[in-house]
Design a protein around this ligand. Structure first.
Ligand code: TMP
Length: 223
């Protein structure tokens, strides 16, 4: 599968890739988890085969990342970038439940976070261009059909986290979330014309946000 693509070419041949690859991104507390599940369910109801997935994954590398995110092991931004990259390559290529094989089998893949999060989070303390180059030039890391950014102000995200969490991960504080949102928006400007990025106002009700996401998905099918 990866072998059949030219070096540096991330998009699968259209004959190979039969499903759609949809990524949801957003700040902590933006409602991504809920929306990923709702989209996956709506697609199943449309009769689609769906793989619902997330990063970090549940791989061994994902476990290392969870330890770092929980603050149990301290790692610098370059180590984190490299670990997220390794986890993402595994997420794409592993033969049991990797993204590439699901797309080939005609599944739609709905993914909670992807390389945009590495740019927005690690790109604050590590060199942003380096993080982007590592991910965007890796031919095994597929480019999504669309990245849907659930945009909430850091204050709304904070309020939602306060209601739902008793413990916080290393990035889950107002100051970092403000920087992360700015980085996301900056990166989306940098990727304009190269990636299909849609920004959705996620401060609205769950149902309104869901409806927009499904409309974006339906517009992909028409392409
Ligand atoms: P979540 O499971 O609550 O979305 O948390 C995952 C955390 O990992 C979140 O704070 C964002 C962070 N993250 C990165 O910093 N870089 C990445 O590449 C990814 C996928 C996640």
């Amino acid at each position: 599968m990866g072998k059949m693509r030219r070096a540096g070419e991330k998009e699968m041949d259209s004959k190979q890739k039969k499903g759609k690859f949809i990524v949801l991104e957003g700040l902590d507390g933006s409602g991504k988890g809920t929306q990923v599940s709702r989209l996956a369910e709506a697609l199943r109801q449309q009769g689609r085969k769906v793989c619902q997935t997330a990063e970090p994954t549940i791989s061994v590398t994902g476990g290392l990342l969870r330890d770092a995110l929980g603050g149990f092991v301290k790692r610098d931004a370059y180590e984190l970038s490299a670990l997220f990259l390794l986890d993402r390559i595994f997420h794409n290529v592993n033969e049991h439940n990797g993204i590439q094989q699901y797309l080939e089998k005609g599944y739609d893949v709905v993914c909670d976070r992807y390389y945009y999060s590495s740019f927005a989070y690690q790109g604050i303390d590590a060199d942003l261009q380096w993080v982007m180059d590592m991910n965007l030039s890796c031919r095994e890391i597929l480019k999504p059909d669309v990245c849907i950014f659930l945009d909430v102000s850091p204050d709304v995200g904070e309020q939602r986290l306060a209601e739902s969490r008793t413990e916080r991960e290393i990035y889950e504080n107002s100051q970092t979330q403000k920087k992360v949102r700015e980085r996301f928006l900056e990166v989306f400007r940098m990727l304009e014309g190269r990636e299909n990025i849609r920004i959705v106002d996620a401060s609205r009700s769950v149902g309104e946000v869901s409806a927009d996401i499904i409309e974006i998905y339906n517009s992909l099918k028409e392409k």
